[in-house]
Design a protein around this ligand. Structure first.
Ligand SMILES: Cc1cc2nc3c(=O)[nH]c(=O)nc-3n(C[C@H](O)[C@H](O)[C@H](O)COP(=O)(O)O)c2cc1C
Length: 283
């Protein structure tokens, strides 16, 4: 009897092992690790960062990179305190704006805020970003069409009730006038790798984190310059926008920022920000 049904027993056993493996994998992913486990743990993201490190990469700096004295201005403790307070007061006034004036902005200001974003730190100084400035009204209209057609599906089908409900306080929906009203769109592209003039591939380490930091610095520069922006991540629009703007294979759309001045009737949601006690813990 047992020998007759052996293949059923074997299949059940293999299935059992597979389920056990999947369950243990799910547990490792979600559990809080002990110190011993954590010290030997390599996350999936970190493994991915290492996997591209092969001999094809053309590291541009290497040992030929000179080290030069740091240019550093030392402030007194009280100056530091004042400056940190002033900067906080300034940045606490930054708001995401969804109602733009059509008033033009000098292109030099846009260049400067992008140059500022380009001062961002990046994994192994690979600078994994490209900022595409769109000032052409025709291209803005094409981008708006892509986004509105996708956003209608996003709102009606893809996002689900909970997500749509969570956005209600913003009073946003799939019509996006700001894309064609704002004088400029800045599209932030993440480069997962780059290719040099000789066709050699340079891996970009921690490109995700690097481009996010650069985007943060871009937002602070826009605010400091007296302009406003809307940080947006148009869902499911990246590939079509990438084709429209003829971006290369190694680039992925990270953010789309309309930039300009608010219109005269501009309103923003009356939101509160976390207090220091909620923001930070000290050990
Ligand atoms: C990654 C990211 C994506 C966002 N996407 C959108 C978006 O698609 N549409 C939108 O109206 N606002 C978007 N926002 C803006 C947030 O709604 C806004 O930052 C938040 O409500 C806080 O408001 P504040 O920026 O004025 O402080 C996004 C913000 C971030 C950081």
């Amino acid at each position: 009897m047992l020998s007759f049904y052996w293949h059923y027993y074997l299949i059940s056993f293999v299935f059992f092992l597979l389920i056990r493996f999947l369950l243990s994998f799910a547990r490792v992913k979600s559990k809080v690790l002990t110190y011993e486990e954590a010290i030997n743990h390599v996350s999936e993201e970190e493994e991915n960062e290492c996997s591209g490190n092969d001999d094809k990469s053309a590291w541009q700096l290497g040992l030929n990179c000179q080290h030069v004295p740091l240019q550093f201005k030392r402030y007194s403790k009280s100056e530091s305190l004042t400056r940190s307070e002033e900067y906080y007061e300034l940045m606490n006034k930054r708001r995401t704006v969804r109602h733009f004036s059509k008033e033009s902005v000098p292109i030099e200001v846009i260049h400067n805020v992008i140059k500022t974003a380009g001062t961002s730190p990046s994994g192994a100084h690979t600078e994994p970003w490209k900022f595409v400035i769109v000032k052409s009204q025709t291209i803005k209209e094409q981008i708006r069409q892509i986004i509105e057609s996708q956003e209608e599906i996003n709102y009606k089908k893809r996002m689900g009730k909970e997500w749509v409900d969570d956005l209600k306080f913003l009073r946003t929906y799939w019509v996006k006038e700001y894309i064609t009203d704002a004088p400029y769109l800045i599209l932030v592209f993440k480069q997962t790798y780059s290719v040099d003039a000789n066709g050699k591939k340079q891996m970009h380490y921690y490109s995700e984190q690097s481009v996010n930091i650069a985007a943060g610095i871009l937002l602070t520069a826009i605010h400091y310059a007296g302009l406003v922006a809307l940080t947006s991540t148009p869902l499911n629009c990246g590939p079509a926008i990438k084709v429209l703007l003829q971006r290369p294979a190694e680039e992925k759309l990270a953010l789309l920022l309309p930039v300009g001045y608010p219109n005269d009737d501009c309103v923003v949601p009356d939101i509160k920000r976390k207090a220091l006690e909620e923001l930070a813990v000290v050990h």
